[in-house]
Each structure stands twice: as C-alpha cells, then as structure tokens.
Design a protein around this ligand. Structure first.
Ligand SMILES: Cc1ncc(COP(=O)(O)O)c(C=O)c1O
Length: 415
C-alpha cells in the first residue's frame, strides 16, 4: 500500500484555501516567490500608513504629548498582549521589548536566580548560536559556577535532566532543520526534576498555534521580525508565567522596570508584574510597526494556519522529492508534521551558490552554514502555486548547473 501523502493539486488547493485573502494585505513585489518569511516577514501594507501617521502627526505635531495622547508609553504591553493571544499566554504575561538575545539574558538570569543550588543549564548543540552565547555570558556574569551542557540530539535531553539542572533552555523549532520539540512533554519532564524551562519561540510564534499556558511553560522569548512580520530588527517579546512574576529581579534594572518610573526615586524598586522585564524607553517607530503588524493576527484562524503550513511543506517536499536524489539534495526536515515547524530544509553541496541562483530567479530562501538551504512556509501570503513553481525553478537550476556561475559563489555578509 502506498503510504505517501496524497498528491496535491496546487490550483485546487489555492481555490480551497481559507487564508487566501490575507495575501493582498501584504506588499510583495511581482516576480518574487518569497520563501524567507521565517527570517524576515513580508511587509503588511497597513504598516506603511500607520508609521507615517506616527511620524507626521504623533511625532511631528503632537511631539512629546504623544507619550500620553497616543499612549506610546504602553506599546510594550499592548503589543505583548496581541502576541500573547497567539502563543497561549494570558494578558499581563507578555511584553514586547529589546531583542530576543537581550530578552534571553533577562529571563535566563531570572530563572537561575529562582532555582539556586543547581549548576547546569541544559541546551542543545544545534540551538541557535545567540542562545548559547548568551547562556555562556550569563553564567560568567553570575560567577557562581553555572555551566552550559549541550545535548547532541533531542532524544538525549530527557536523560540529562537531573537534580543539578537549574534550567532547560531550548528553541522550540530548530532554525536549521525545522525539527520541533514536544513542548508540553519536555516541560513536564523538566518540572518533575525541579528544572525551569525557557522556550525560544523565534520559529514558532506566527508559524503555528502554541499554548504556553497549557504546556505550563516558565519563560519564553521570541522574535518580532520573522513570522510576526514586525519589520527588520522589530522588537522581540518575552513571556513570564504568572507564578514567576514578582519576588525576584531580572538584572537589567532600568527605569521602565521600576514600579513607578515617573516618581524618579534614586533607588530601584522593581515592578512585581511583567513590566519588570522592560528596561528603557521603547523604540516607538519600531513598536508602532510591530503593533500594526500584530493587529492582523486577530483575524487569523490559527488551526487553519497550521493546516495550510503542513500542506505547503508536504507539497514542497513532494515536488522536490521527484528530483532530490538525482541532484544530491537530502531532506533534513522531518516528514512527520508533528515533528516540524513551518520550514523545509535540505543539506546539499554548493548550497550557498544554489540559493544565490534561486534568488536571482526570484525564489528567495536562505542558506545556513555549513550546507543547508532553507525554505520558509508562511501561510498568510504564500500560495500552493508559488510553492510548486519554486520547486520547478530549483529543479531547473540544478539540472542546468546554473548555480555554478562565479557570481553565485561570492559570499555576502548575510547568508
Ligand atoms: C532561534 C533564534 N533565536 C534568536 C534569534 C536572534 O535573536 P536576535 O533578534 O537577538 O538577533 C534567532 C535569529 O534568527 C533565532 O533563529
């Protein structure tokens, strides 16, 4: 019996797509098939006008009054609440602030403080490097003998959780191969050993439904510029479970984390709410773009989003599967949708040059060293027809060896 997924008819799938009307809400250039929304989300059209209004009216005319009249001051909480709604986090548990790296510094420091007398931080070798670098930095900064211990593979993690582990720190969906951890099961296993858990949702938020409350997560962080479409360098977010708010400090004790910033007292008295995780003045223009991008999510049926994401990935895997072996492309993303996020990755020789040749033909994905070509599936603005076409262009580039032109071997600073 053939157990492979049913062949997808791209035209029919597009006609049946309940999310297809979202496409026109994004500014995407003609001639581009955008498979990199997992790295930088596309521009929601309404962001342009909203930022222009903020610049021309709120900044240009209202000037400093806008901190109150346009409520700039509460943008981190307002944006945080919108993000919270799609990651299963209650009001008052999420703020938008700083970058993912900085937010990890804050929550990891707090988690270690909450779990004293234990020395290990567990993560995995293939976690996104900034997470590992920040953990190294935090351990050094605290200077109490904490050490980072890395699993070689996801399957090794449960056995590594023992009485000396303070924190388990994982990225839910792996940035390179798209492998997805079982958040609820790992959080439960960690809690049974007294371990606190931090989830990096960089490749999860806006890519699929997630339930931080249901999973009983302790802390989470994530990017605003990927599937959430907040713009290049958009503010990141962080989640702190209500049971961990108050009673301890995160170390970046700036005035926005004070219980009454405008009392201007000389010593720091931390807010015992999520606001403690704010540090300084929010970047209003970037926050406003993020706020506008997030407003679209109120209309998104997250179950439909996930169903389409799975179908887009299946379709791409199916199409590329017809020629992958012939050209040495090895699928590194799990075929089982329960084990993956919303991207499809292949390892291959000359991956960098192949990706440059694809980009030159209008199919934009990206390359991750040492040998991974990555294709992000963003259900709000991608069609099945485009995904099928992208696979066709990839085949053509491989068959003609178009990637072997000298210009495609020249490395840019960003890959
Ligand atoms: C899993 C993960 N964490 C963190 C980051 C980046 O963090 P930052 O926005 O601080 O550069 C990325 C960026 O791609 C990522 O994939």
């Amino acid at each position: 019996m053939d157990s492979s997924p049913k062949k997808i008819d791209a035209k029919q799938a597009d006609l049946n797509d309940p999310l297809r009307s979202f496409r026109e809400r994004f500014a995407l250039p003609d001639g581009v098939i955008y498979l990199d929304g997992n790295s930088l989300g596309a521009l929601p059209k309404s962001v342009r006008q909203r930022v222009a209004t903020t610049i021309d009216e709120e900044w240009g005319v209202q000037l400093i009054r806008s901190w109150n009249t346009a409520d700039w001051v509460h943008l981190p909480q307002r944006v945080g609440a919108k993000i919270g709604r799609i990651i299963g986090a209650a009001e008052g548990t999420v703020v938008a602030a700083d970058s993912t790296s900085i937010n990890l510094f804050k929550v990891l420091s707090a988690a270690l403080d909450l779990n004293p007398g234990r020395s290990k931080i567990i993560s995995e070798l293939d976690n996104f490097p900034t997470d590992l670098y920040i953990a190294e930095g935090v351990a050094k900064q605290i200077n109490k003998g904490h050490r980072l211990v890395l699993a070689d593979a996801p399957a090794d993690i449960p056995a590594m959780l023992d009485d000396d582990v303070a924190v388990l720190m994982l990225t839910h969906v792996n940035y390179r191969n798209g492998y997805r951890h079982d958040m609820a099961a790992l959080t439960k296993a960690a809690h049974e050993k007294g371990v606190l858990v931090i989830w990096d949702l960089a490749h999860t938020a806006g890519a699929m439904p997630v339930d931080l409350t249901g999973a009983n997560a302790d802390f989470a962080i994530g990017c605003g510029y990927k599937y959430l479409n907040g713009g290049p360098g958009a503010p990141a977010f962080l989640y702190v479970s209500p049971r961990h708010q108050g009673g301890f400090r995160q170390p970046l004790s700036g005035w926005f984390g004070h219980r009454a910033p405008f009392d201007f007292t000389p010593s720091y008295s931390p807010s015992n709410r999520i606001e403690q995780y704010l540090c300084g003045t929010p970047p209003v223009l970037a926050m406003v773009a993020m706020d506008e991008a997030m407003s679209l999510w109120d209309e998104v049926d997250m179950a439909a989003l996930r169903a389409k994401s799975i179908a887009l990935c299946d379709f791409f895997i199916q199409e590329v599967g017809t020629f992958a072996d012939e050209f040495g492309l090895k699928l590194v993303t799990p075929r089982n949708p329960d084990l993956r996020g919303s991207q499809v990755s292949y390892s291959c020789e000359n991956g960098y040059a192949i990706m440059q040749a694809l980009i030159a033909r209008g199919v934009i994905g990206d390359f991750r060293a040492p040998d991974i070509i990555r294709f992000g599936m963003t259900p709000l603005y991608l069609s099945f027809t485009e995904v099928g076409q992208a696979a066709g262009v990839l085949r053509d580039i491989l068959a003609t060896r178009a990637w072997d032109a000298p210009e495609y071997h020249v490395r840019g600073a960003v890959t």
